[in-house]
Design a protein around this ligand. Structure first.
Ligand SMILES: [Zn+2]
Ligand SMILES: [Zn+2]
Ligand SMILES: [Zn+2]
Length: 485
């Protein structure tokens, strides 16, 4: 694009230009007259075939037609000292194309030999001969481009892997595109390449070296192998692999923070971690499927299925607050406290709670165990208080109707436990102060169970599991049962 011309100035430049007639600073005196800068430039760029048959630059004018130097007598240097071409000179007595070629050779030269390697030559040839040499020059003159080209030139052979080690960004992508286009590098699946690159960074996020090694294997043997088999991969595959790996890394780092490892991770650890975060953590199930197959983790570790509908888990703080409320409020009878605990902590359905029998309870001086859903669960301090209180004072137990009643939650009718509807009604007002923010009792009963204990009471889920004194498989089934209740 030509720059807009300054306005004419007849006072300063009384002699007009011989070609355009304008009053501008005059630049040269040629046989056809004195020319302004702009007309001189145009003359140097005028090419074609002269009346004499010469092909090339036609700077002069003879009989009103552009003419070559010989015919017009115009003396001007338009001979490239490098290639000999007759053309407008760009710099150092060289034409634009030769200047570009010099720059390309310099940028791509292997510093050890001073020459462009045979591997890179197809690319340098292509840039040198590109149609718009000017664009090539503008591009290669940029500092960041030159810097990257020098790094590439210093590498031999240049590979996708060596390219991957350079600074990311458009410059690298563009150069890689050139290398692929001119056959220096094989075409490849860029999504897989991006994932590989992402994976390298992701591994660095692991705070424990053993976990890093595991995630490294996971990325290579699970995701990348799968992607290569499936290539070209979809964006969905790419994104899902990233999400799942991110969640897996979070889990690993959480274990590290809690002085645990993947191989030693328990169901309780998993539950606690799941309870603390967003539902996206459930995606860890994909990772654990692999760790199970790879014999890294306890095969019994179970992740609850994604729940449908709106029964989202309570945020962790709300869980803690609800539990705290149940344990400290004087409004709560021992019986209702126990029922509320079973709902909040153990996620037991009301219908199952009402069927609990004293046979299910073992009270020892230092511990209280309640058989919940076939699982003996330790009620550690302070969770044991409601059970002890209730055992010491079972309410209507002293009436004739309830002598030797087996039920923990005794009903009004002799020999019967309380009905689920009745217990629900009893709990409702007690939950009401929480209900506005925490949702209905039904929703509360669907919360993730064991984990609440860990953080609020300093009572770790791992301890809970240990005291449950059952096999990992049973425990996993238990957790899965309550998650689906
Ligand atoms: Zn002019
Ligand atoms: Zn001529
Ligand atoms: Zn030249």
């Amino acid at each position: 694009m030509a720059r807009p011309r300054k306005p004419e100035d007849p006072e300063a430049y009384p002699t007009p230009c011989a070609r355009c007639g304008g009053h501008y600073p005059l630049s040269v005196t040629w046989p056809d007259g004195r020319l302004c800068v702009s007309c001189r430039m145009n003359a140097m760029r005028t090419t074609g075939t002269c009346a004499c048959g010469h092909e090339g630059v036609l700077p002069g004018i003879v009989d009103g037609r552009p003419a070559c130097r010989a015919c017009s007598g115009v003396r001007v240097n338009i001979d490239c000292q490098h290639c000999g071409a007759e053309t407008e000179l760009y710099r150092n007595q060289m034409c634009l194309r030769c200047v570009l070629a010099d720059l390309v050779d310099a940028a791509f030269a292997d510093p050890r030999t001073g020459k462009v390697s045979a591997q890179l030559r197809p690319v340098t040839d292509a840039i040198k001969s590109m149609e718009r040499a000017n664009s090539g020059l503008t591009w290669i003159r940029q500092k960041h481009v030159l810097a990257m080209l020098r790094k590439i030139a210093a590498t031999s052979p240049v590979t996708h892997a060596s390219m991957d080690r350079l600074d990311r960004g458009r410059t690298r992508d563009y150069i890689r595109g050139l290398l692929v286009e001119h056959g220096v590098l094989e075409p490849r699946d860029e999504l897989i390449a991006r994932f590989t690159e992402w994976a390298d960074d992701a591994e660095d996020r692991l705070t424990d070296t053993e976990h890093r090694a595991i995630i490294h294997r996971y990325l290579r043997w699970k995701h990348l192998r799968h992607m290569r088999a499936e290539s070209p991969i979809s964006n969905g595959t790419f994104l899902r692999a990233k999400q799942v790996t991110t969640v897996a890394i979070e889990f690993c780092n959480w274990l590290t923070d809690n002085s645990k490892t993947l191989p030693s991770a328990t169901q309780g650890d998993l539950d606690t971690w799941l309870a603390e975060g967003a539902t996206t953590r459930l995606m860890v199930a994909w990772f654990l499927t692999w760790t199970r197959t790879a014999r890294i983790t306890d095969p019994a570790l179970t992740v609850p299925r994604h729940r449908r509908g709106t029964a989202a888990r309570l945020p962790h703080d709300d869980q803690a607050e609800a539990l705290d409320h149940v344990l400290t409020s004087s409004d709560w009878s021992a019986r209702n406290q126990l029922a509320a605990l079973l709902v909040l902590v153990f996620a037991q359905p009301i219908a199952r709670i009402v069927q609990l029998r004293w046979d299910d309870v073992t009270i020892a001086p230092d511990s209280v165990t309640v058989n919940v859903s076939g699982m003996p669960i330790l009620f550690d301090h302070p969770l044991d208080a409601p059970v002890r209180d209730l055992a010491a004072n079972p309410g209507q137990a002293n009436t004739a109707a309830h002598r030797d009643s087996p039920w923990i939650f005794r009903g009004a009718m002799p020999g019967n436990h309380i009905t689920a509807m009745h217990l629900r009604q009893q709990l409702r007002p007690l939950f009401s102060s929480l209900a506005a923010r925490l949702g209905t009792l039904t929703e509360l009963s669907r919360q993730n169970p064991v984990a609440i204990l860990a953080e609020t009471l300093g009572y770790t889920a791992a301890t809970l599991e240990k005291h449950a004194a059952v096999s990992g498989a049973d425990y996993g089934k238990y957790v899965s049962d309550i998650a689906q209740a």
